[in-house]
Design a protein around this ligand. Structure first.
Ligand SMILES: [Fe+2]
Length: 175
């Protein structure tokens, strides 16, 4: 048994209030070193914290660790505002990365739906590992899809429109 946030009981995710700043300069995430790493579509990943601080995107379990105690990579020095955002959560954190996802279709998205494995090797009695999501780009036609059951569209939730004044950011917590 893990300790879980009460707020996640109903749906397994919550939409947090919009990011309140400071603004994250575009150069911070555009200047990072990205790696060709495919997950959930045509993606490239820029690791900011990884299991051992190396520039790699593998699960922490490959190194015998639960997804906690992430170590900053060399990318971290390029994006101090993003690093501070992660620190501001005030909790132990594991992987921190930018995911650049190229445009895709609804059908591709549904095809790529998958259940993550955030709690592998997480010891019993400790806090349940969740993911926080901060949207950096403003793409009004883009939305995130979550399903309770991958094959049942009636269980689908969508988070549309990231629109906040200028930088379009929202945060999600997911199990
Ligand atoms: Fe995933």
């Amino acid at each position: 048994m893990h300790l879980k946030l009460y707020a996640l009981t109903e749906k397994g995710f919550v939409v947090l209030r919009d990011y309140e700043g400071p603004p994250i300069p575009k150069e911070e995430w555009m200047s990072l070193e990205y790696m060709d790493w495919k997950s959930g579509g045509d993606t490239n990943f820029a690791p900011i914290a990884s299991a051992l601080g190396e520039m790699e995107c593998a699960g922490f379990w490959d190194h015998g660790k639960p997804d906690k105690d992430g170590i900053w990579t060399k990318n971290a020095s390029i994006c101090p505002t993003l690093v501070q955002w992660a620190k501001n959560v005030g909790a132990n954190f594991g992987r921190v990365r930018i995911i650049k996802l190229n445009p895709n279709t609804y059908e591709e998205t549904v095809h790529n739906l998958h259940l993550d494995d955030n709690n592998r090797l997480n010891p019993d009695g400790e806090g349940w590992v969740v993911r926080a999501w901060l949207e950096l780009s403003d793409d009004p036609n883009s939305y995130m899809i979550l399903r309770e059951d991958k094959d049942d569209p009636s269980t689908e939730s969508r988070k549309c429109s990231w629109a906040t004044p200028e930088s379009s950011q929202s945060i999600h917590l997911m199990r």
